[in-house]
Design a protein around this ligand. Structure first.
Ligand code: NOJ
Length: 745
């Protein structure tokens, strides 16, 4: 009886809630219609038009003195790069003078923080810490939404295998599995509980698609790839973005197999809005609609607008092609009005969900803005994730961590005292905030050391150029010290959009400086600050190497935490570090060839270089700790599985060193024989585990059909019966435990 009552209650409750959901859905559609049916064609096209304010143009801009007037006439749907509640409010006020008072959306590249700057996305990815990454995106959203912004053009979920491409800094690295997990996490972080909460930002999965595979690593360049590669390697993070409920997509500058992504119907209509049923809207990249003329895919702007709207690009960022051509395209009967209507409704829906129709100024409260920007907890979180992003690449004779009582430390290098550099490429010029609001590396170290330590400084040299005049002073202070810390690398704007480089060595004479410092015989710790994997020469001879990327506003404190052991480094590389540019593209999950090279000394008609090793400098997943971890006791619950079964994999991890620490345990699988050859290994799971010195813990993974499926020749996602190799380790090369299993019919 009891059971029956419960069931009827549940049924009844579900019917009621279904009805409520239906009613709510209807309500939003009704709301959209209530505005939509009043709109003229010109006003509809206005919603598809996005203009830049006057900050950070990332492409050609049109000086448009008529902007205000156009907003007043309802001919603009969104602005990007407007900063601060005051300015945003003033634009919104103008939109409220328009006939239908449709509010503007305000977009911004909030990529690694707003006021509080977090590590660049590639650095954060090295933490493999999903919780921490969600929190950093959350804080970015809290700050930016309180400053009037509704929409971030992030996360970039492009898979990137070429460190010459400057935008590697903006993604999660080379791996599809890790990249998809991070895509999900960041979207959840930005969007929060739901759109419309005051601290939520619309996220934007970009750049759809395959922008990260630009030929030669040259920005905006063509992409040529098989459909199988596209589906297997480059699309999954985008599909995950849809699953995470991402509000918007951005298409890309590149052409893919000869068709510009912006005018690519296969990508946007067939896959994104068709197969994946994406209900949000797609914005073009900056000017990318007009750029299709340069690609040579369309004759003129009129055709570019036709191509983009037909393909499913809903909003035109800065090219003005929709504004100038859509009405004529309708009049000429080149496009049905239904295409425009669909795009408009998608955009209006987001404006309703954000609550902008209820109150267009709801994100513009100056008091809330100040409170969010000055929240004392935010820098603490930034410091913690910055420390988690630092990768320990070398630690000869356990030079690190340094003692806080070291008598004299020489802190040398062009990046020791720099401020803004630490922020990385996509820092935001927040109004009223000093862009040097940063804990420098110098300050971080000073905060850390005890009164017994003397800290000496010399710049040594510049980041670029040939000037070695500062070497003498640097050597002088090195000689007076117990240990030298050398901070070198790139400038923050050497990696980022349009920052492709053919030479990714450490620039200038910085490695020469290291050489003279090593010659003093003093132990040298090198900090490498960069937005991409760099190629080293002399750095290999340093006693300890920390890859510090660009860590954001708390860089100095985080670096000091790691140098002195208050945080034991746990990060692992999310991208392969090549030995030399000649190896690029180089990535861990490659196929085996028919003539695999077995070692570097045997070039006898096998797949190697005659003048260079085929192995990277540092492999994907690599990173050291101050402690050591032992992997043992692997056990598979069964050795044969049927397609709908699971195998439980258990093992034990022990911290066998002297320090408490965290280990990122990585699980790789190889499908030994496939109708499409399978990579030598693929990351399929990982876990980050915290262990005190001497402690050990059991961990478990599960293998199911998802983990062993791939796209076959017909592009069907399926697993093929046969044998699989299981590898569990501390990096993609440092495999500690192995197992085998079989998928049976
Ligand atoms: C061009 C970049 O490719 C894109 O990622 C960015 O969001 C826009 N510019 C806006 O700044």
């Amino acid at each position: 009886m009891m059971k029956f009552n419960l069931i009827s209650f549940v049924l009844c409750f579900s019917i009621v809630s279904l009805n409520i959901v239906a009613a709510q859905k209807k309500t939003i559609n009704e709301k959209i219609d209530s505005v939509f049916r009043l709109m003229t064609l010109e006003e509809k096209i206005g919603q598809l038009n996005q203009y830049n304010d006057d900050w950070r143009a990332t492409g050609p801009t049109t000086v448009d003195n008529d902007k205000v007037n156009q907003i007043r006439k309802g001919q603009v749907g969104s602005l990007l790069n407007s900063l601060g509640t005051e300015r945003i409010k003033s634009w919104q006020n103008i939109a409220m003078e328009s006939r239908l008072k449709i509010p503007l959306l305000f977009g911004q590249d909030v990529v690694h923080g707003y006021k509080t700057t977090f590590p660049i996305p590639l650095a954060e990815a090295a933490s493999w810490d999903l919780e921490a990454m969600e929190l950093s995106a959350r804080i970015a959203a809290i700050e930016a939404s309180a400053a009037g912004i509704n929409w971030t053009f992030a996360p970039m979920v492009d898979i990137t295998r070429d460190p010459r491409w400057g935008r590697v800094m903006e993604g999660a690295g080379e791996d599809t599995y890790l990249g998809s997990k991070i895509a999900y996490t960041r979207i959840k972080g930005f969007q929060g509980k739901k759109l419309g909460e005051l601290n939520s930002l619309m996220a934007c999965a970009k750049h759809f698609a395959a922008y990260g595979a630009a030929i030669g690593g040259r920005d905006y360049n063509s992409v040529d790839m098989s459909d199988r590669m596209l589906w297997e390697t480059y699309l999954p993070p985008f599909k995950t973005a849809v699953d995470a409920g991402v509000a918007t997509f951005m298409n890309a500058f590149n052409d893919i197999n000869g068709v510009p992504a912006t005018g690519n119907k296969y990508l946007q209509r067939d896959i994104l809005k068709g197969k994946w049923a994406f209900k949000g809207f797609v914005v073009s990249d900056w000017g990318s609609i007009g750029e299709m003329v340069n690609h040579g895919n369309v004759k003129n702007d009129y055709e570019a607008a036709l191509s983009a709207i037909t393909a499913g690009s809903d909003m035109d960022m800065e090219s003005r092609n929709y504004k100038n051509n859509l009405a004529k395209l309708v009049k000429d009967k080149k496009i049905p009005i239904a295409l425009i209507d669909d795009a408009v409704k998608r955009i209006l829906k987001k404006k309703f969900e954000l609550g902008l129709f209820d109150d267009p100024f709801r994100y513009c409260n100056a008091e809330r803005e100040q409170a969010a920007l000055n929240n004392p907890d935010h820098p603490k979180v930034a410091r913690a994730i910055a420390a988690k992003s630092i990768v320990l690449l070398k630690n000869q004779d356990q030079l690190l961590p340094l003692s806080k009582n070291t008598k004299t430390i020489a802190f040398i290098g062009p990046l020791v005292k720099s401020l803004r550099q630490n922020k990385g490429f996509w820092d935001v010029d927040v109004p009223g905030v000093d862009s040097n609001f940063i804990v420098s590396q110098w300050e971080g170290l000073q905060n850390k050391i005890s009164g017994n330590t003397t800290l000496l400084y010399a710049k040594g040299c510049d980041i670029e150029g040939n000037n070695t005049e500062g070497f003498t002073e640097a050597v002088e202070i090195a000689k007076q010290s117990d240990v030298v810390i050398l901070s070198i690398g790139e400038r923050r704007d050497m990696s980022g959009e349009a920052k492709s480089r053919s030479n990714i060595n450490i620039p200038g004479v910085q490695e020469d400086l290291l050489k003279v410092l090593l010659a003093t015989g003093k132990p040298v710790v090198v900090l490498i600050n960069a937005g991409r994997p760099l190629v080293f020469t002399t750095v290999n001879d340093a006693h300890a190497i920390l890859y510090t990327w660009w860590l954001g506003s708390e860089a100095g404190n985080a670096i000091a935490d790691v140098l002195f052991g208050d945080y034991n480094p746990s990060a692992k590389l999310p991208i392969t570090f090549p030995l030399s540019v000649g190896q690029i593209p180089i990535y861990y999950n490659h196929f085996n060839t028919g003539r695999p090279a077995k070692n570097d000394n045997n070039h006898n008609y096998n797949s190697s270089y005659t003048d260079l090793s085929i192995y990277p400098k540092y492999e994907f997943g690599f990173g050291l700790s101050y402690t050591t971890f032992e992997y043992s006791d692997i056990h598979l619950s069964k050795k044969k599985m049927k397609i709908n079964e699971k195998i439980e994999v258990s093992l034990t991890i022990a911290n066998t060193g002297k320090y408490n620490g965290e280990e990122i345990v990585q699980l790789y699988i190889r499908d030994k024989v496939g109708s499409i050859i399978r990579p030598v290994k693929e990351l399929k799971d990982f876990t980050k585990i915290k262990l005190n010195a001497g402690e050990s813990k059991p961990i478990k993974f599960y293998i199911d059909k998802e983990k062993i499926s791939f796209y076959n020749q017909k592009l069907q996602w399926q697993a093929e019966p046969g044998e699989f190799e299981l590898m569990i380790g501390a990096s993609s090369s440092d495999i500690r435990l192995r197992g085998e299993f079989e998928l049976i019919r």
